[in-house]
Design a binder for this molecule. Structure first.
Ligand code: IPD
Length: 316
């Protein structure tokens, strides 16, 4: 039970139910498609920022379901967000109906429904569900982070395929420097100016050999869903995820899954004034997630910050 008398387990239960319905909607939309490239309805700020009928329908399904059960709570969803609306301390559902819309449009199966619940601006319940693989991640504050696998029954419902396992999977190893890490990065949809330049310059530094001043990380992955990237870090098969430009609905659900799995979320910008930021708001839009480790998490963040070339600034 939380400070506002809502049971996190009850919210999670509601998330399970609505995620399965949303997953079925996404699968049905995929099955009825005639061509993967015709799905998108519109672009938002530019030609790389896509929205589909399914994004809108799934958000409507989720908001209607959750708000009918919790009518006094607020709802912040990607498709209905009014720019500039602040997140306040109220109990708030923060939802991305399809995280990975570009993947969805192209038929690439790295797509998720990201259901987050924030109290006093902190993520306390999260569920991330990929309907194509059936993999579902979830966590409640203090309740640990978990992964299970579902499969469609064929009549619109889902059944359990693999029992839940606790995250992270396996015993996390200590960090021994950035050069032993797998890093997730993302292009995002902002492709100009100093934000884009910072990303490109930093990717160059991360990959480049050490004798040329780089970090020479093992490799980078760019999979197209912020929520699933956070779950990959929570699970432990990606060590670090760095991105600027994504929104609260992209990270809220995955955030609590990450931290309940022992990971940390730091500032995606390096300290500008010598002040290291280990606590950032959900709406920060610049994130650096690091997996659980018995030692070296903060040192890894600091080493990463040392390779960021530039500074990212995004509007709210
Ligand atoms: C996007 C994805 C992508 C990230 C973008 C997000 P959307 O969300 O999470 O991985 O790079 O910043 O906006 O638009 O597919 O819901």
């Amino acid at each position: 039970m939380s400070s506002c008398n809502v049971s996190y387990d009850e919210v999670l239960q509601s998330f399970f139910e609505v995620a399965k319905r949303a997953g079925t909607t996404i699968l049905n939309a995929t099955n009825s498609q005639t061509s993967s490239s015709t799905t998108y309805l519109d672009t938002k700020k530019n030609s790389a920022d896509l929205v589909t009928e399914t994004d809108k329908a799934v958000e409507k399904l989720i908001s209607t379901t959750l708000l009918s059960k919790y009518p006094t709570f607020k709802f912040m969803g990607e498709e209905t967000y009014k720019p500039g609306t602040p997140l306040d301390d109220s109990p708030t559902f923060i939802v991305d109906p399809i995280d990975g819309t570009t993947n969805f449009v192209h038929g690439h199966p790295y797509v998720s429904i990201a259901l987050g619940f924030a109290l006093e601006q902190k993520s306390v319940v999260g569920l991330v569900f990929n309907p194509y693989t059936g993999i579902m991640y979830y966590a409640t504050k203090g309740g640990g982070a978990w992964k299970k696998v579902l499969e469609p029954t064929g009549d619109g419902d889902w059944k359990l395929r693999n029992e839940r396992v606790k995250l992270p999977i396996g015993e996390p190893s200590a960090f021994a420097g950035l050069d032993g890490t797998m890093v997730a990065v993302e292009w995002g949809s902002d492709r100009s100016g100093s934000n884009w330049q910072t990303k490109v310059n930093t990717w160059n530094r991360l990959g480049r050999s050490k004798d040329e001043g780089g970090a020479m990380v093992h490799s980078a992955r760019c999979l197209g869903s912020a929520a699933l990237n956070l779950c990959a870090v929570a699970e432990g098969h990606v060590d670090i995820y760095w991105e600027g430009g994504c929104w609260a609905w992209d990270v809220c659900a995955g955030w609590i899954i990450l931290t309940e799995a022992g990971g940390i979320m730091a500032d995606g910008n390096p300290p500008s004034d010598g002040n290291e930021r280990w606590e950032i708001p959900i709406t920060h839009r610049k994130y650096l997630a690091v997996r659980a480790a018995p030692g070296g998490q903060k040192e890894t963040v600091k080493e990463f910050w040392g390779h960021i070339e530039g500074w990212m600034e995004y509007e709210h």
